[in-house]
Ligand binder design. Structure first.
Ligand code: GRF
Length: 201
């Protein structure tokens, strides 16, 4: 399967996918054909370049409107003809133009146990709430914010001494493994989305 991965930051989830593919190119069942970002100069783009993977950047501020940006991102993505789009630490909401083309085959990873703590500060919100366990969620993207059908989740205990950074780092250890496992399964097997359920054959 052809993957386009979207990043906004350090790209450690992207790196986990790159490493899993490099470790077993034939067996993993997918390859990353391009990496896209909403901003320049992020480590995620450097990781792609080091791996010899084409990159593209679409910044909201370069476009007359959010809808224009969304369309440009969809077109830049479509140029690589992905089977699956992976939003891995991508910090923009994908709009209806993007989802018209890639809905049902775009997955996102979120560092909390959805539906709890959606949005850009899931780790901070969980910590502030005082939960004893949190974790990460890999889900299909729908037209809401972190509301699409859930594919898999991983649980992470919250420790007394945790601050946001420490907790997020521990979540990311689980999240990277979960994302690699889910993307590989979706790539190697067919899947169907039935309402809020995901069936991977
Ligand atoms: C991940 O935890 C992702 O869920 C969240 O931001 C983090 C991105 O990490 N949105 P990275 O860029 O993959 O290192």
């Amino acid at each position: 399967a052809r993957l386009v991965v979207l990043v906004s930051g350090s790209g450690t989830n992207l790196q986990a996918l790159l490493d899993a593919i490099a470790a077993d190119p034939a067996g993993y069942g997918a390859r990353i054909v391009a990496v896209g970002a909403d901003r320049d100069g992020v480590a995620g783009l450097e990781r792609a370049e080091r791996a010899g993977i084409p990159v593209f950047v679409e910044r909201v501020k370069d476009h007359a409107s959010r809808a224009d940006w969304d369309r440009a991102l969809a077109e830049a993505t479509a140029a690589y003809a992905p089977d699956l789009v992976v939003s891995a630490g991508f910090m923009k909401i994908l709009g209806k133009e993007f989802l018209a083309r890639f809905g049902g085959r775009t997955v996102n990873t979120h560092p909390a146990l959805l539906p709890s703590f959606p949005g850009a500060h899931g780790v901070r919100d969980a910590l502030a709430y005082g939960v004893k366990v949190t974790g990460c969620t890999v889900h299909f993207v729908d037209d809401g914010v972190d509301t699409g059908p859930i594919i898999a989740q991983g649980v992470v205990e919250v420790r007394e001494e945790d601050d946001e950074a420490a907790l997020h780092e521990r979540i990311k250890e689980v999240e990277r493994q979960l994302l690699v496992e889910v993307v590989g399964r979706l790539a190697r097997h067919g899947y169907r989305i039935e309402g809020r359920k995901v069936r991977i054959s």
